[in-house]
Design a protein around this ligand. Sequence first.
Ligand SMILES: C[S@@+](CC[C@H](N)C(=O)[O-])C[C@H]1O[C@@H](n2cnc3c(N)ncnc32)[C@H](O)[C@@H]1O
Length: 397
Amino acid sequence: MRPPLPRSLVDTLPVPEAAALAHSRACAAMLKEEIVKAGGWLSFARFMELALYAPGLGYYAAGARKFGADGDFVTAPEISSLFGQTLALSIADVLRQTGGDVLELGPGSGKLASDVLLALDDIGVLPDRYRLLEVSADLRDRQRQALSTLPAHLAARTEWLDALPQDFTGVIIANEVLDVIPVHLVRWGAGWIFERGVALKDEEFVWQDVPALPAELTAPVAHIQHAYLNDQPPDGYLTEVAPAVAGLVNSLAQSLKLGAMLFIDYGFRGAEFYHPQRSTGTLMCHYRHYAHPDPFIYPGLQDITAHVDFTAVAEAGIAAGLQLAGYTTQANFLLAAGLTGLLARIDPRDAIRYLPLTNQLQRLVSPAEMGEFFKVIGFTRGGATIPALATARPLPV
Ligand SMILES: C[S@@+](CC[C@H](N)C(=O)[O-])C[C@H]1O[C@@H](n2cnc3c(N)ncnc32)[C@H](O)[C@@H]1O
């Protein structure tokens, strides 16, 4: 069992205001009730799903700010419109070939949708519809509000979906969505494989490992053990396994009849993810710009994430009949897609406009910031191509 965070570390986090604290207590009470209802133990995947998405209580399902400087973390679209504008250049490349729609999964504040639509309008390649699929009712409302301020001919193209469309033609995009899909925790120890879940002790959340795996973990865990851990996992090795990520990629792939799909997220290929020395996994929580590994702190007020295993993403897409169009770093992708050309349109003597943009560009591509930590993986179906991914320096997946 993992020892609790030293008291001093918890104390370094900003204390929530009274209303936020009351919300977190309600979320914690719901989680505790679910643990009791389940017989005293919940898989971590279920705990994460409830802590993030339980209606009205989960982190993404309730009203906290989340994105941007006043929230808990900053995503690329929130850093700079250059991100969406560059992505739009690649989306336009595909739409010119296929026509159809854009479908954005997990649109957050709606900032990326807004930037992409405005840029596609500038380029002169608008999708028939800009479709948004969002699990959180609260975020849907915020997206509707944000996109209602677009020029009327663009706002009229937006459409929220309740389920994946069938026979989709066009481009599917998802920025930082795969990292918030619930993950299972698996631990190897004393010759056994355990699933790590959450139980209660003295009314507090505690880790509890059970010596059994659900059916959906059997094949992926056997694969990880054999392919990456040489069938000799180090004693105590703890990691995440995310069958739901592969499931989501498969569902999206089934829905894509013609066009392309792009995922942008942090993570690495399987051999790095499941490296024997990465023995405590990648689970990370985000609260007011502090990153820490304890999902039991302030449930409902903090994001819970895991890195993405891009090999598993690639395998899921290929198994669903898609063509792997490429896998590279965010920096390589954005530069190949035309990021610097967008900046070149601004006169460097116009320092008030130019300097903030160079700073934002730096944050998107610098290896010390998002440039290498974030990756882009793309798939196509029906002969479509993503030129930027075809020319960007590839990474092995
Ligand atoms: C980390 S935020 C990223 C938001 C936005 N894409 C950005 O880059 O700023 C994750 C988003 O994905 C949504 N989400 C999580 N799981 C989802 C799913 N299965 N389908 C659709 N949206 C999902 C969350 O509600 C949230 O809007």
